[in-house]
Design a protein around this ligand. Structure first.
Ligand SMILES: NC(=O)c1ccc[n+]([C@@H]2O[C@H](COP(=O)([O-])OP(=O)(O)OC[C@H]3O[C@@H](n4cnc5c(N)ncnc54)[C@H](O)[C@@H]3O)[C@@H](O)[C@H]2O)c1
Length: 244
């Protein structure tokens, strides 16, 4: 499946990887894109950079509000007459790099935004597609943090590891419901979520080059287009620095 002429739902489109995906999907001729973000101002700013009459509908949604997220997904499906592609991409870090001092509230917000919202988007996305007989795609943004210990922000790493396992556990949905569920695992990508000046990140950033949002969106388009791929993840690793 390519994105051309497709009906798309995307979360976290106001910044970084999601904003880049939005631009690319418009350029590729998507039929319509319903894009949710809790940052309405940021989303409006991104929309202003798109060509006039782009088929994009921005909606202010906090994906940790379960009812609001479900309502957004159902409304988008109804308005577009179906959905071909759902990208559960909105994500946050805990905002603290001081575990175990990190508050339980901050950690559970990470789980709500990164994991529970992804589960809702996957579960309801499958239901909406299946109901209309759409052979669609659900793509979840995980992270290479899923595979490495992350002492500074264990809730973030755990949420991403859970996305990977949840996605792999959805493999059989391709056969039973005709929906391919998969995940993308970006390496460190130059966006607002990265605490660029954090001491704990400096050793890693000294070893590797940043990825650009465009690198991640290119990988997304590849897995979306690969009909043989489902129930698994693709890593996009950082290039290792060659000079000291
Ligand atoms: N940048 C990286 O190094 C990196 C690496 C691996 C994975 N990721 C993942 O990529 C995804 C996109 O992140 P990004 O790098 O583009 O960062 P970003 O901060 O630039 O974008 C994240 C977007 O999600 C939105 N968002 C946050 N909480 C939300 C909520 N409750 N409801 C709705 N929208 C919300 C933000 O407003 C923002 O627009 C995230 O899931 C992130 O965990 C990023």
């Amino acid at each position: 499946m390519l994105v051309t002429n497709r009906r798309i739902i995307l979360t976290g489109g106001a910044s970084g990887i999601g904003a880049c995906a939005l631009r690319k999907f418009v350029a590729e001729g998507a039929a319509q894109i319903y894009v949710a973000d809790s940052n309405a101002t940021g989303l409006a700013k991104v929309i202003r950079t798109l060509p006039a009459k782009s088929p994009v509908v921005p909606v202010e949604v906090d994906v940790s509000d379960r009812a609001a997220l479900e309502d957004f997904l159902r409304s988008a499906d109804a308005a577009m007459g179906g959905v071909d592609l759902v990208i559960n991409n909105a994500g946050i870090m805990s905002g603290s790099d001081d575990f175990p001092a990190t508050s339980l509230e901050a950690m559970s917000r990470v789980i709500d935004v990164n994991l529970i919202a992804m589960m809702i988007g996957t579960r309801l996305g499958i239901e909406l597609m299946h109901r209309r007989g759409v052979s669609g795609v659900i793509l979840n943004t995980a992270s290479v943090a899923a595979f490495n210990p992350m002492p500074a922000d264990p809730a973030y790493a755990a949420s991403k590891a859970a996305i990977v396992n949840f996605t792999q556990s959805c493999g059989p949905i391709a056969a039973s419901h005709g929906v391919r569920v998969m995940a993308i695992c970006p390496g460190v990508t130059d966006t607002a979520i990265v605490p660029h000046d954090a001491e704990w990140l400096k050793p890693a950033l000294a070893r590797v080059e940043f990825l650009a949002p465009d690198d991640i969106v290119s990988a997304m388009l590849e897995v979306i287009g690969d009909e043989t791929f489902f129930g698994d993840y693709v890593r996009v690793d950082n290039p290792v620095r060659t000079e000291p």
